[in-house]
Design a protein around this ligand. Structure first.
Ligand SMILES: [Zn+2]
Ligand SMILES: [Zn+2]
Length: 307
């Protein structure tokens, strides 16, 4: 663990004592350079649960660390697209630490029913999964495909089941397919297997362009494939027949504070339960290595206060 000076909260900023921080695939992509380095060195971690220094209030801090508040995107409810947006654990220091500073208008109260460790994965995997479901346009009773079944998908399926959707899970490993079935999927198979019925909509979570094409091939006319990935290896060429008949392909970029508030409320009502593998803060490199190796089923979380 690297020692850094305690961050100083300034105007409109809070000092937060971190108790737990989720580990996300994006952290690996920042480390590997797949995402352009925006601050160096940077403290990773954007699914932070902690207590405000001084008041003890429990709050969550997520990927969106700030937005300008006056551009056309910010003024039209699309702060996720703000050109001046700041991101926790990428452009500003994040929560793989004992303390973090956050803008007071970019933290969220957390539902009491969730422990610190349970709440952490909701703050990126959960919120972005929820936005992806909304962008896919999936409706009650419809058939949804989830491609890739890691941290985000295993939370999104709980929302989709709550909405009365039938869910088909497409995943690489037998363990992920098994978790999908345990969480109520009607079917589970590999990326290129055909589901029993065509999908009304799909969300892809794997950072692999060929999986997007597989999702399009399994989706019925008029359906949307939402790509929940900040980085894809490459987008392969594919036949226009896969898009023809009003299928849509949409990327999902970040999220808004409104998404976060809606999702956290829904998560408490359902209630959503994350499958977690817990590491100490010192073992963050091990957590990242296991995530990269595909050895984590569900979500990896650093228990900072306990570790
Ligand atoms: Zn803006
Ligand atoms: Zn993330």
């Amino acid at each position: 663990m690297r020692s850094v000076v305690d961050p100083e909260p300034g105007d409109g900023r809070l000092l937060i004592d971190v108790s737990a921080c989720g580990v996300c695939r994006t952290d690996l992509q920042i480390m590997s350079g797949d995402l352009e380095m925006r601050r160096s060195p940077v403290v990773l971690g954007h699914q932070v649960v902690g207590r405000v220094s001084g008041t003890g209030e429990r709050v969550g801090l997520a990927w969106l660390a700030g937005a300008c508040g006056h551009c056309t995107y910010c003024l039209s409810g699309r702060e996720n697209l703000c050109e001046l947006a700041e991101f926790t654990g990428w452009t500003v220091d994040g929560g793989y630490a004992e303390r973090v500073v956050a803008r007071s208008d970019f933290v969220y109260p957390l539902p009491d029913v969730l422990s610190d460790v349970e709440a952490a994965p909701l703050l990126c995997a959960g919120i972005i999964g929820y936005r992806s479901l909304r962008i896919s346009g999936i409706g009650p009773g419809q058939v949804l495909g989830l491609f890739g079944f890691g941290s985000s998908a295993h939370l999104a399926i709980q929302v989709a089941r709550h909405w009365g959707c039938q869910v088909a899970v497409f995943a690489r490993s037998a363990a992920e397919r098994e978790l999908g079935l345990q969480l109520g999927a009607v079917w589970a198979g590999g990326y290129d297997d055909q589901p029993p019925v065509p999908l009304d909509a799909a969300v892809t979570f794997a950072p692999v362009g060929s999986v997007v094409v597989s999702a399009l091939a399994a989706t019925a006319p008029g359906g949307t494939v939402a790509i929940n990935a900040i980085h894809l290896d490459r987008m392969p060429e594919f036949s226009y027949d896969l898009l023809w008949r009003e299928r849509s392909l949409r990327s999902v970029a970040n999220f808004t504070r409104q998404d976060a508030r809606e999702f956290l409320e829904l998560a408490a009502a359902i209630p959503i339960r994350a499958e977690t593998t817990v590491f100490s803060l010192d073992d963050a490199p091990e957590a990242l290595a296991q995530l990269e190796a595909g050895a984590i089923c569900g979500s990896a979380v650093l228990d900072v206060a306990g570790g």
